[in-house]
Design a protein around this ligand. Structure first.
Ligand SMILES: [Cu+2]
Length: 128
């Protein structure tokens, strides 16, 4: 329920707007994490059986939150980067969050379903 407050604030702003730009102003940026407590970052949906989106780009210091929208456990096991993610099983309806501490490309897969793969490209802060 941590997202309730920003969502309500956004709805309140939309209700007070009423300008001609309303449609453009509400253009969604669904992958950006709106929760300030988690810091800036991107959410990846885990489905049965793939990661959506499969490739994302973030800046060093930002977080990636994987959210299991599927019906079965999945994991995130990364390689190619210091401090790559190594989650335990992520049950349906739960999340796993990782902070990128290095610039570069981090590839990952689900160890339960090795055909599930994804990639996080980490850029220097301010370069994106
Ligand atoms: Cu899996």
């Amino acid at each position: 329920m941590r997202r309730a407050a920003p969502l309500l604030a956004a709805l309140a702003l939309a209700a007070c707007g009423g300008g001609d730009d309303e449609t453009a102003a509400t253009a969604p940026t669904p992958t950006r994490n709106a929760n300030p407590a988690a810091g800036p970052g991107v959410t990846v949906a885990i489905q049965d059986n793939d990661f959506q989106p499969e490739t994302i780009t973030i800046a060093k210091g930002e977080t990636v939150t994987w959210r299991n929208d599927g019906q079965t456990d999945h994991t995130v096991a990364g390689k190619g980067m210091t401090n790559s993610p190594a989650s335990a099983a992520i049950p349906p309806g739960t999340t796993y969050t990782w902070t990128a501490e290095k610039v570069g490309t981090m590839r990952y897969q689900c160890t339960i379903h090795p055909q599930m793969t994804g990639e996080v490209v980490v850029t220097r802060p301010g370069a994106a």
